[in-house]
Design a protein around this ligand. Structure first.
Ligand SMILES: *Cc1c(COP(=O)(O)O)cnc(C)c1O
Length: 421
């Protein structure tokens, strides 16, 4: 029996309507930017497996560091115990995070890191003797699939069954360089009628909203408003973190720094699941008390797993290396050239780019998971490139180690794809 047939017996895949999309591709190995299937076909992983494997699949440095750690300490409870991989990771992260960040809380996936950010924001006010029950979020944001994260996500097309159970959230439009006054007025209305605890946002690039991008100055104005009103700002950098925007973190493009930052995805270079919620001393201090109930009573079995910490530590070393920093710059200028060329194509409505994140919108209306989108996806795969269009948006978020030749192939397959739509 083929892997595909065996898969169908017991497996239930994420974000999949199995009746409409019964087929899977079995991936048997991956190296660098290439995925290999069970028929020996090769695919360039142009979205770095959901933006995780930025240093290439099975990166030799990361895997060797983790295999050495594996022989030393595999897993241990992180309440009451500590270990060097977590300590070293905290030291190396604090050096690169925005300056106001000083404490690091571990979990194991992006949604949960947001969940923790929300709990920190709510309990911060609670511990200070003030009940604030409302959160602010952008329209079209995406923050994950657990309840708190779903609540702040504006992309709620598939949240129908759950909406009545959500947290109290008020939405503001995403800055588009013309609507800052309208946003600030909306914020004034919200704070005059609601007790706002926090603002959760994806800085500069909204991933699941099809790589929608906004301006750093406008976002900075929103963050300043939040600071003035003691609204805790929670930057969801699960996607934008670790070099994607050209800087180590998107938040570094703003003068006003968030109180809390959520990280995952590229954190471990895709080797192991891990997430972090980092915060400023001010947040931590609100929980530091003789009163036990003021603590953050949240924890996960695999918090600060030593192997995941080691993978993260190795990834951050790579991120800071001259090699990777040069590759990031090369990808940025290569995308710029491609963008300038492809934007003249009659089937292209617009292009946008932040750092190594490149997106183009097609001149046609398409459903997010509709037939034309499926046709495009199949075309890319048939031509050896793994890209997942979102509605009428085709985007690239390739590993930093992608070669010139591989990148050229991604571009040319995208250009060819314009002929079939
Ligand atoms: C992927 C993503 C999440 C959710 O992370 P998971 O690990 O899939 O739970 C949250 N926020 C952003 C911005 C993301 O891109």
């Amino acid at each position: 029996m083929s892997l595909q047939e065996r898969d169908k017996k017991h497996l239930w895949h994420p974000l999949t309507q199995h009746k409409l999309h019964p087929e899977t591709t079995a991936i048997t190995k991956a190296k660098g930017c290439i995925l290999y299937d069970d028929y020996g076909n090769e695919y360039i992983d142009a979205i770095a497996s959901w933006y995780t494997c930025m240093y290439g699949h099975c990166n030799a440095y990361i895997t060797s560091q983790v295999s050495a750690q594996m022989k030393q300490l595999d897993q241990v409870v992180f309440s009451g115990f500590t270990h060097e991989p977590a300590i070293k990771l905290s030291e190396s992260l604090i050096k690169i995070l925005p300056k106001n960040q000083n404490k690091i809380f571990f979990s194991d996936n992006g949604s949960t890191s947001v969940e923790i950010g929300i709990k920190m924001a709510l309990q911060y006010h609670f511990n200070n003797g003030e009940k604030r029950n409302t959160l602010i979020a952008f329209e079209d944001g995406f923050h994950g699939d657990t309840f708190g994260a779903m609540s702040v996500s504006g992309l709620s097309v598939y949240n129908g069954p759950f909406e009545e159970f959500f947290l109290e959230v008020k939405r503001i439009p995403v800055p588009n360089s013309k609507n800052l006054d309208a946003i600030l007025n909306a914020l004034k209305d919200i704070v005059s009628t609601s007790k706002v605890a926090g603002f959760v946002y994806e800085p500069l690039v909204q991933g699941a909203a099809a790589m929608k991008m906004h301006d750093a100055q406008d976002l900075n104005a929103v963050l300043m408003f939040c600071k003035e009103h003691q609204i805790i700002t929670v930057a969801d950098e699960v996607m934008t973190g670790f070099g994607k925007t050209g800087k180590h973190f998107a938040s570094l493009y703003m003068d006003t720094q968030p109180d809390i930052i959520c990280l995952s995805k590229a954190l471990t270079g895709g080797l192991l699941p891990m997430a972090l919620t980092t915060c400023s001393q001010k947040i931590y201090d609100a929980f530091y008390s003789d009163d036990i109930s003021k603590g953050l009573f949240h924890g996960h079995t695999y918090s600060a797993n030593p192997l995941a910490c080691t993978a993260a530590l190795a990834s951050i070393e790579l991120l800071q290396s001259e090699n990777i920093q040069n590759s990031i710059q090369e990808i940025i200028s290569s995308h710029q050239k491609f963008g300038n060329y492809i934007k003249k194509h009659p089937k292209v409505k617009s292009i946008r780019q932040t750092g190594i994140i490149f997106a183009l919108d097609l001149n046609i209306e398409m459903e997010r998971y509709g037939n034309l989108r499926d046709k495009l996806f199949k075309f890319f795969m048939d031509n050896g490139v793994f890209l997942r269009p979102l509605g009428n948006t085709i985007y690239i978020q390739a590993p930093y180690v992608i070669t010139k030749k591989q990148l050229e192939k991604v571009y040319s397959v995208i250009e060819d794809a314009l002929e079939i739509v």
